[in-house]
Design a protein around this ligand. Structure first.
Ligand code: ZN
Ligand code: ZN
Length: 383
């Protein structure tokens, strides 16, 4: 494993050449979709294509990608020093306080009549742009980029693997008893997990859910001052952003469930079903499987065991530069798993006001079969 990984070049120029290949693919998709230009603002499309992440402030930063031409990064002059300018990949157009950035973008767009914008573009920016451009048909950049961004290249998979390893380190510390659960508040445990995520190499903590006792039956529980008592389930779901050098970071996301004291037999029954559902869904996540079909593998096992109405969310979400991105594995998903798709497999069973459990791993669909990136133990952990 180590020798295989050592072959992956993680230098700045490797990231940059990877981004140039993505741009070439995007240009083909623009051609096929009849899109004249992209205007990428907030969100992950911009860093994915040019390595720069805009600050989410009122001064607009936009990567303008005209079909068939080199992209131009339009950036506030005061933020321009933050840009790593890869001259072979994009041009730079800093704008000063006395200039109208929307006018600059409109000029760069020229006669473009169909323009795709990031979904996180502020409404005020879009309206300003609309006023400058007149009759232009706007659509979402996800329609052009989403499917391409969902398929990770080897370099991205390497960073996702390192992110998963870092999250596993934290999971192993909880499993090993290094993080006390009993008699601590959910908030204290969450704070400790957050510290450990950083110690394990994450640049940033994205979330550290700790739900204990009845709170463990709320999938997106916000940690409280509730003190964790004896004989309770504790769901810990955490993740952060892992960065190589100055490159845009990739996310980790894993969930393990614990039980304080001797495991309640009802809970043990529920957990056995959940563990089987999660393992079978991971196994079934092969290239060419339908997204809905993988969800159904877990859902049918849970349903047949009588817990169907307690699995209240989709099976999983894609992961990459964003914690949640394409592809989504849900009952109503359309489409199939493709090689390079990276996503979570995270079924849960939640008995309202009593207890709940979830197991979550990140999986990559590969021609050699599904690769489960998270490796910490999935056994019920009695602490
Ligand atoms: Zn999670
Ligand atoms: Zn997740």
């Amino acid at each position: 494993m180590q020798s295989e990984r050592a072959l992956i070049d993680l230098s700045e120029s490797a990231f940059n050449s990877s981004r140039r290949s993505r741009l070439a693919e995007v240009q083909v998709a623009m051609d096929q979709g009849g899109i004249d230009a992209l205007v990428l603002t907030l969100g992950a499309d911009m860093p994915w294509l040019c390595g720069y992440e805009a600050m989410p402030l009122e001064r607009i930063t936009a990567l303008v990608v005209p079909r068939g031409y080199k992209p131009i990064l339009v950036v506030p002059k005061l933020e321009a020093p933050r840009v790593r300018h890869f001259e072979d990949s994009f041009d730079l157009r800093p704008w000063s306080e006395s200039e109208n950035p929307f006018h600059i973008i409109a000029e760069l767009l020229g006669k473009a009549s169909s323009v795709a914008v990031s979904e996180k573009t502020w409404a005020s920016w879009l309206i300003n742009l609309e006023n400058e451009l007149g009759s232009v048909e706007f659509s979402l950049s996800a329609d052009v980029i989403g499917a391409i961004r969902a398929k990770k290249d080897p370099l991205e998979i390497e960073v996702l693997t390192r992110a998963a390893n870092a999250a596993d380190e934290v999971a192993n510390q909880i499993i090993g008893g290094e993080v006390a659960l009993l008699a601590r508040t959910e908030r204290q445990v969450s704070a400790r997990i957050s510290e450990l995520l950083i110690e394990a190499g994450h640049k940033r903590v994205n979330f550290a859910i700790v739900g204990s006792g009845p709170n463990s039956s709320s999938p997106h529980h916000e940690p409280t001052d509730r003190v964790i008592a004896e004989n309770e389930s504790v769901v810990c779901d955490f993740g952060g952003t892992y960065q190589i050098g100055d490159e845009p970071g990739y996310c980790s996301d894993t969930t393990r469930t614990f039980f304080t004291g001797e495991v309640d037999p009802d809970f043990a029954d529920l957990y056995k079903v959940l563990q089987l559902a999660q393992a079978e869904a991971c196994r079934s996540a092969t290239v060419g499987s339908t997204l809905a079909g993988v969800d159904e593998v877990a859902r049918s096992i849970i349903r047949e065991a009588g817990y169907g109405s307690y699995f209240v969310h989709r099976l999983g979400h894609g992961i990459g530069l964003e914690e949640h991105e394409l592809p989504y594995l849900a009952e109503n998903s359309t489409g199939i798993l493709e090689a390079g798709h990276a996503f979570s497999v995270e079924p849960g069973i939640y008995i309202p006001n009593r207890f709940g459990a979830r197991i979550e791993d990140i999986v990559v669909a590969d021609f050699g079969g599904p690769r489960v990136l998270n490796q910490s133990s999935r056994q019920i952990q009695s602490t």
